[in-house]
Ligand binder design. Structure first.
Ligand code: M6R
Length: 609
């Protein structure tokens, strides 16, 4: 998730681009850069690693003049954060510059093809193929060249392209990555998101996938992929700047909850494909090493630890390898048994959590192989692990983790399937069936997001309670733990998650008339048992919000309110069942007037012990 901007008009482009990028830093800040064409028609690129402030310092020392340009703030995907990998990227002659948000999946193939045609590459990025492709196809018409380049590209992209051959225009296009066009008086803009241009104009076009746009000082022309001109409705944005940064949502947390369908899809892209083996891009672990693993430790903190608990169920079930899940701060001090047949999987959104990093170092020192599951390219865990598997969730701003958790679950499924493939613990048909169901998850998460009303109502009736309980069995218990953590951290309501079968061993003593219970009963194999547990608490006066799979409406007989999630095979249900719990925590916190995105006493990344 990077941010792109573009300007063409009568004013100096640099300050406008920098101001726009400052509003997009929430999308990434590994590096920033601009490409500006000066009035003599020369391309000037200025870019550097680190936050936008570094670029600003550079531009102060070496100003770049010009009335047309593009800019980028980077969230690294392909290639570590560095000056070399920063955008904009250009062709060797520096006649074409490109900013890109997204991932070009077939870039290796395109790169090799371009090298065979004599092109040279200087970065590790997927993006660098784009200016070279445009160069290859340029034959006197920039729009035409971009169209031809795009027709060769697979993956997601929002692109801004400028060229010294046609120094009066920006050509832009999008597919599966956001892009808007801002329309001003004798000046026009492109941006990944509204906040970037809100100080310049409030009139915008929202581009659809595969729509191309040509911007000049005097006009904006939009074309279909077939080259036909399109007339689009111009929207007037009425949001204030703060709302615009959150995409019209009230908080980053709710925005990020709604981003889940997209980021789940992104995390599976080019890894889970029908009819093809699971492909884990950069993982170097060999089949022999996978066959030799006799023990897996999943080590993490907080929400990432909860994803690890689901990971245990998944890897044991699919790949039949024993898995232990540990809280990182405990693992590092308990002298665990590790040898060269041990695999450790560390899970960390930030990749910087001190305890997780220390556990990783401990395991490696004792001879274990380590796979890092992280969201941040170039983070400490990604650098120190033997293998890295990225969750493509994009920057998570809200302290409460939501989209990072669901993409971590997806990663657990991918590892489970990859190991099953290598250890022959599942048939090809079984693997295919799980993959096919995984591919339906983005759409089913979208459906699950439609249950807001029941949850809002439940929150309005219960937010004043001081305690709540979450119950579940099997995978539902793992999700109950995450639901309980979400509620605690943002609404400050005390809550506990219990395994349904454990109730009668003590906890049921806490149930009294009016106690609030959220009961998850999504697992088919445990459904009847869970319904019995629900009855045990309702008999004692508890008010229960039940969560079940569509069709299991008999749960309504036992509960106060019920929420249904779409059907998918049992092992994948946590991706859906956590969504109502995230929403519930959010609405509870809203009812209580809490600072949802920045809960008290918490930091997004815990880099101290
Ligand atoms: O960056 P990490 O995934 O390593 O962070 C781990 C925990 O600190 C984090 O998941 C924390 O529990 C979240 N605030 C939960 O929403």
């Amino acid at each position: 998730m990077c941010g792109i901007v573009g300007y063409v008009g009568k004013r100096q482009a640099a300050p406008i681009l920098v101001e726009g990028l400052s509003k997009l830093e929430y999308r990434g800040y590994d590096s920033a850069g601009v490409a500006i064409i000066d009035e003599a028609g020369n391309m000037n690129v200025s870019k550097c690693k680190g936050r936008l402030a570094n670029l600003e310092g550079k531009l102060e020392q070496e100003p770049v003049q010009g009335l047309i340009g593009i800019g980028h703030t980077r969230w690294a995907t392909h290639g570590e954060p560095s000056d070399r990998n920063s955008h904009p990227h250009t062709n060797e002659k520096e006649t074409i510059s490109v900013v890109h948000n997204g991932i070009i999946e077939n870039y290796m193939h395109l790169r090799e093809w371009l090298i065979s045609k004599g092109y040279k590459f200087y970065s590790e990025t997927d993006t660098e193929v784009i200016p070279n492709l445009v160069d290859y196809f340029y034959d006197g018409n920039l729009l035409d060249a971009v169209m031809k380049a795009v027709s060769k590209m697979e993956g997601s992209y929002a692109l801004g392209v400028v060229s010294t051959y046609e120094p009066d225009k920006i050509v832009a296009v999008r597919k599966d990555s956001p892009l808007i066009v801002g329309v001003g008086a004798e000046e026009n803009f492109i941006a990944s998101d509204v906040p970037a241009i809100l100080n310049q104009t409030r009139d915008v076009y929202y581009l659809n996938d595969k729509e191309f746009v040509v911007l000049t000082e005097t006009g904006v022309e939009i074309y279909s992929a077939e080259g036909e001109k399109i007339n689009k409705e111009l929207h007037h944005v009425t949001w204030n700047a703060d709302a615009a940064e959150k995409g019209g949502f009230e908080h980053f947390m709710i925005k990020e909850i709604h981003e889940q369908p997209k980021v789940i899809k992104d995390t599976m892209t080019s890894r889970i494909m029908p009819g093809k083996p699971v492909t884990l891009d950069d993982i170097k672990i060999t089949k022999e090493q996978i066959e030799n693993i006799d023990k897996v430790y999943i080590v993490a903190c907080g929400t990432a630890y909860h994803a690890g608990i689901v990971g245990k169920y998944v890897i044991e079930r699919l790949a039949r390898i024993p898995v232990e899940v540990d809280i990182a701060s405990e693992f590092r001090y308990r002298n665990p048994i590790i040898n060269d047949r041990t695999l450790m999987i560390v899970v960390s959104q930030s990749g910087e959590t001190a305890d997780t990093l220390a556990a990783l170092r401990e395991a490696r020192a004792q001879g274990a192989r380590v796979i890092a599951v992280t969201n941040v390219v170039g983070s400490s865990v990604s650098r120190e692990a033997d293998d890295v598997l990225y969750t493509w969730a994009g920057p998570e701003i809200a302290v409460a983790s939501t989209k990072a958790y669901t993409t971590q679950l997806i990663t657990m499924y991918m590892i489970g399937l990859f190991f099953a493939q290598n250890r022959n613990t599942l048939t090809t048909e079984e693997i295919e069936s799980i993959k096919n169901d995984m591919l339906t998850l983005p759409e089913k998460v979208e459906e699950t997001l439609n249950h807001k009303e029941v949850l809002q109502k439940f929150a309005a009736n219960t937010y004043m309670h001081k305690d709540m309980f979450f119950l579940g069995r099997g995978l539902d218990y793992a999700v109950a733990m995450e639901g309980s953590l979400k509620l605690k951290e943002i609404s400050y309501i005390h809550s506990e998650a219990y395994a349904g079968g454990e109730l009668k061993h003590g906890t049921i003593a806490l149930i009294e008339p009016g106690t609030i219970v959220v009961a998850l009963a999504t697992q088919k194999s445990l459904y009847e048992k869970m319904v019995s547990n629900i009855k045990e608490v309702t008999t004692r006066g508890a008010k229960v919000l039940g969560l079940a799979v569509e069709g299991n409406t008999d749960v309504e007989k036992a509960v106060e309110s019920a929420i249904y999630i779409p059907e998918v095979q049992e092992v994948l249900l946590p991706v859906l069942s956590v969504v109502p719990l995230q929403l519930l925590a959010y609405y509870m916190a809203i009812q209580k007037g809490c600072d949802v995105d920045k809960p008290r006493n918490l930091a997004k990344s815990v880099t101290v012990e």
